[in-house]
Design a binder for this molecule. Structure first.
Ligand SMILES: [Zn+2]
Length: 351
C-alpha cells in the first residue's frame, strides 16, 4: 500500500517567477563537474541502512491540522509517487533496496561513458496523451497543455528559484504532439488499464517524454517510471498526472503544474528528497539535506533530521509540498538528472 501524506496545508504566497538563479556559466560549470563525476564515479553504496518508511504516514507536526475534522478529511492525502507497478492499485514508495538497485544500475551504465564530455542543454520532446471521459471531463485544452510544458521548461531552467538556491538543469521541453482519447473506462480507472493504454499510445524512444493526463484516485497526483525501467519496459515509460493538476486546474493547492515538474524529476532519475529518511545515502544527492519524511504544505525551517546538517529541503521540487512552495532543483540533482539522461535516455548521440 502506498504511504500517503495526510495533512492540512496552507498555501503561501509566492511570485511564480521570483527571479532566476540560473546562468549559462553556472550550467557550464556543472557540465564540467559532471564530466569529472562520470570519470570518477561515486562509490556504490552497499548498505542503504534498515528499511524505514520514506514518506509521511502520519500528520506533519509542523502543519497542525485545522479544527474542522471534516475539512481535514476532505483535504487528506496527496501523493506524487514513482510508478506503482503492474500489481499495485495505487502508488507505492521506493524502498531503500530498490533505490540502491537503481543506483547500481546507474553507476554500471555510466562506466562505458567515462571521459565523455557532456554538453547540455538537452531538449526533451514531449507528447501529451489526454485520457478523458466521453462527456468531456478531463479533456484539457491545448492551451493548458502548452502551459504545462511551459511550466516544465521554466522549472528546469531555474526560473522559479528564489535567490541563489536553484540552478538551470540544462533540460528544455518542447511539445511535439497531443493525442486525445475519450474513453470512460480508461478515464475512470486508468491504473487498471494503464499497461494497455501506454502500449497503444506511447511515442518515440527513451528520450521522448510521454505524459498521460487522466483522472486518478483520490489523493494521487501522479506517478512516473524511472530511466532504468526503460530497457525492460519501453512501452510503459512515462509520466501519469491527474488532469486537474495542470496549470489552472481545479486541484486545490496543486494546480500550478509542479506535479508535472516533480514527476519528470523521477523520469530523469531523481528520488524524493526524503528517500531513506535520515539514513545514508538519503536521496543519493549531496546538496539536499536529509529529511525524515515528506513535507506537507510549506513548513519552511523544518529540521526533521536535527543531528544532520541543514534544514529540510521543503521547497525542493522533489518534495510533497504545495505547488506554490516548490521552487527549485539543486546542482546535485541537476548532475544526477544529466547522468541518467546520458546513461539511459540521450544515449551516445548526445555525448
Ligand atoms: Zn514523487
Amino acid at each position: 500500500m502506498g504511504n500517503r501524506t495526510t495533512t492540512v496545508r496552507e498555501v503561501i504566497g509566492r511570485s511564480p517567477r521570483g527571479g532566476s538563479a540560473a546562468t549559462w556559466s553556472g550550467l557550464a560549470v556543472c557540465a564540467l563537474a559532471l564530466t569529472g563525476l562520470v570519470a570518477n564515479a561515486l562509490p556504490v553504496p552497499t548498505d542503504p541502512g534498515p528499511v524505514r518508511a520514506g514518506a509521511a504516514a502520519e500528520p506533519d507536526p509542523y502543519c497542525s491540522p485545522g479544527s474542522d475534522a471534516a475539512d481535514t478529511a476532505a483535504r487528506a492525502a496527496h501523493t506524487r509517487v514513482a510508478d506503482p507497478g503492474a500489481d499495485a492499485a495505487e502508488g507505492v514508495e521506493v524502498t531503500p533496496e530498490q533505490a540502491a538497485e537503481y543506483e547500481d544500475q546507474l553507476r554500471e551504465a555510466l562506466v562505458p561513458l567515462r571521459g565523455h564530455e557532456l554538453a547540455p542543454p538537452y531538449t526533451v520532446p514531449v507528447v501529451v496523451h489526454v485520457i478523458s471521459a466521453e462527456d468531456g471531463r478531463g479533456d484539457v485544452s491545448d492551451r493548458r497543455i502548452q502551459e504545462q510544458v511551459d511550466v516544465l521548461d521554466q522549472a528546469y531552467r531555474g526560473e522559479y528559484a528564489l535567490g541563489s538556491e536553484g540552478t538551470d538543469t540544462g533540460f528544455r521541453f518542447e511539445l511535439a504532439d497531443v493525442t486525445r482519447n475519450a474513453d470512460d473506462a480508461w478515464f475512470r480507472d486508468f491504473n487498471r488499464y494503464r499497461d494497455t493504454i501506454r502500449s497503444r499510445l506511447r511515442q518515440g524512444g527513451p528520450e521522448t517524454l510521454n505524459i498521460y493526463t487522466t483522472e486518478l484516485e483520490s489523493g494521487l497526483l501522479g506517478y512516473s517510471t524511472f530511466p532504468q525501467d526503460y530497457p525492460d519496459k519501453p512501452s510503459q515509460d512515462g509520466v501519469v498526472i491527474a488532469h486537474d493538476t495542470l496549470p489552472g486546474g481545479e486541484r486545490d493547492r496543486f494546480n500550478e503544474g509542479h506535479t508535472g515538474t516533480h514527476e519528470v524529476g523521477h523520469w530523469l532519475g531523481l528520488f524524493h528528497t526524503f528517500q531513506n529518511g535520515c539514513r545514508s545515502p538519503g536521496d543519493y544527492v549531496d546538496d539536499t539535506p536529509y529529511e525524515r519524511e515528506a513535507a506537507a504544505g510549506c513548513p519552511k525551517g523544518r529540521d526533521s533530521c536535527p543531528d544532520l546538517p541543514g534544514e529540510d529541503p521543503v521547497t525542493n521540487f522533489m518534495n510533497y509540498s504545495d505547488d506554490a512552495c516548490m521552487t527549485h532543483f539543486t546542482q546535485g540533482q541537476t548532475r544526477r538528472m544529466i547522468e541518467h539522461w546520458v546513461a539511459f535516455r540521450g544515449g551516445d548521440a548526445r555525448v
